[in-house]
Design a protein around this ligand. Sequence first.
Ligand code: FES
Length: 122
Amino acid sequence: MTRYHTVRINHRQEGKEYTLKVPDDHYILHSVEEQGNQLPFLCRNGACTVCAVRILSGEVYQPEAVGLSPELKDKGYALLCVSYARSCLEVETQNEDEVYEIQFGQYFCKGEKKFKIFAYDD
Ligand code: FES
């Protein structure tokens, strides 16, 4: 049987706040959109992290959130495109690319350049 939870979303970049009733068997992002609101998204498959939010209170179920490390899930991040509400929730949108930077930013520009560009005359 479907249960409904109240979800409060602070869309920080837009300066908007949504308070919605969301069914527990429907992705939160889809419910938000079906009720006429917009949030950031890109892949809609739990991979890109554009839809990431910080959970301020409440619980989500997000087994398909492959783009989010277990550590970030433990720190309270969720991907709304593949998250189900498991209680009443209060969340806020991340800073742009916040989750991506936390997960992958440390690896950028760390590798040595081990290539040589050859011209056809070499
Ligand atoms: S839109 Fe890409 S992870 Fe949610």
